[in-house]
Design a protein around this ligand. Structure first.
Ligand code: HEM
Ligand code: NAG
Ligand code: NAG
Length: 330
């Protein structure tokens, strides 16, 4: 680190400050991630994550939730595990922005972290745990596997509510808006189209697809009438109880990580407006058709885009650390 100092005393002050900062925590910079980051300090990290994921989650309901957690983490201030922080008297929690039933998967991340704290204390960041666990979730659901670049740190601060809201795409966003929001993070339209394929697994609450299946939202995309009818059955027109009526994203293989999502879109059976936005006259129809027929091409592009999303850094100057417990700063 280069530093200009003009006198002896200021150089001591600078050194003291530097030591203080590096002992207390580091500050986000442009550190390169690498797959072998824990090779010496925690060689078993990947097998620990895998074994907890395999035994606790398998291909079950929690697996899609973990994948979604990674997406939310990376989209708000970079992949820094800020999504896991509980609210404190001094800071809001990113979790509270989502309807409370909506983001889950925290418990399995906490469990993995506590096992890791026994094996290699104060070494593996919560942000890396989310990154590895979401890869494992995809694999456990029958999707591809890949090497996850590691070496992320955890931020000490969660984002404010308005910031979180502004940086997460909405289920009623149109294609232009989706391309813009992903683009702000360095993810292009192809990355966006491939990453959206994660909606080949998991479910959404009624409040998120009601506008689409009743045709009441501002964005309107073609919807297969019998699909709309079947989803209205799960989602009453109004009311808080109906808000929780869950529907699977993928009609054919709802818990298998495959390319069926794209065939749903071609059949106008995308669950969210933001799903159907990808097909039907917009600029990524050709990609949707290609992924829908070529599952391997989808897998390759999805992996590439997950690695790219996983590289989104926290803002410069954000105080960072390896958290001991994922729900609170040390
Ligand atoms: C393109 C913009 C996106 C929008 C607007 C969006 C929106 C949503 C919404 C509204 C839900 C349902 C939440 C609920 O009701 O519980 C959901 C679920 C999900 N999202 Fe996305 N999402 C987007 C992109 C992504 C990306 C990039 C990923 C991962 C790579 C992802 C992974 C998931 C998964 C796996 C679920 C299912 C969660 C579960 O079953 O618990 N999404 N998303
Ligand atoms: C969600 O929040 C509402 C209102 O704060 C509460 O009544 C409800 O029990 C919560 N649901 C869950 C599953 O925590
Ligand atoms: C897409 O959404 C944005 C933001 O809501 C809006 O300004 C824009 O007009 C929409 N574009 C189209 C083509 O509907």
């Amino acid at each position: 680190m280069a530093m200009m100092v003009s006198s002896r005393s200021s150089s001591w002050a600078a050194l003291a400050l530097l030591l203080f900062v590096s002992v207390a925590h580091t500050v986000a910079g442009a550190d390169e991630l690498s797959a072998g980051y824990y090779a010496k300090t925690c060689p078993n990290v990947e097998s620990v994550v895998w074994s907890v994921m395999a035994s606790r989650v398998g291909g079950g309901r929690m697996a899609p939730a973990v994948v979604r957690l990674f997406f939310h983490d990376c989209f708000v201030n970079g992949c820094d595990a800020s999504v896991l922080l509980d609210a404190t008297p001094f800071s809001e929690s990113e979790k509270d922005v989502e309807p409370n039933t909506s983001l889950t998967g925290f418990t399995v991340i906490d469990e993995i972290k506590s096992v890791l704290e026994r094996d290699c204390p104060a070494t593996v960041s919560c942000a890396d745990v989310i990154a590895i666990a979401s890869r494992d979730a995809v694999t456990l659901l029958g999707g591809p596997t890949w090497n996850v670049p590691l070496g992320r740190k955890d931020s000490r601060l969660a984002a404010r509510r308005e910031f979180t809201r502004a940086h997460l795409p909405s289920p009623n966003d149109n294609l232009t808006e989706l391309i813009r929001m992903f683009g702000e993070l360095g993810l292009d339209a192809r990355d966006m189209t491939a990453l959206s394929g994660a909606h080949t697994v998991g479910m959404a609450n009624c409040m998120h697809y009601r506008g689409r299946v009743y045709g009441t939202s501002n964005t309107k995309y073609n919807i297969d009438p019998s699909f709309a009818e079947s989803r209205r059955q799960l989602c009453p027109p109004q009311g808080p109880i109906g808000d929780a009526g869950k529907a699977p994203f993928d009609v054919m293989t709802p818990m298998k990580f495959d390319n069926a999502y794209y065939r749903d879109l071609i059949a106008h059976q995308g669950l969210l407006n933001s799903d159907q936005a990808l097909y039907g006259g917009g600029g990524v129809d050709n990609l949707v058709e290609m992924y829908g027929t070529d599952g391997d091409a989808f897998g390759r592009d999805f992996v590439k885009a997950m690695v790219k999303m996983g590289n989104i850094p926290p803002p410069k100057g954000m105080p960072m650390e390896v958290r001991l417990q994922c729900s609170k700063a040390n």
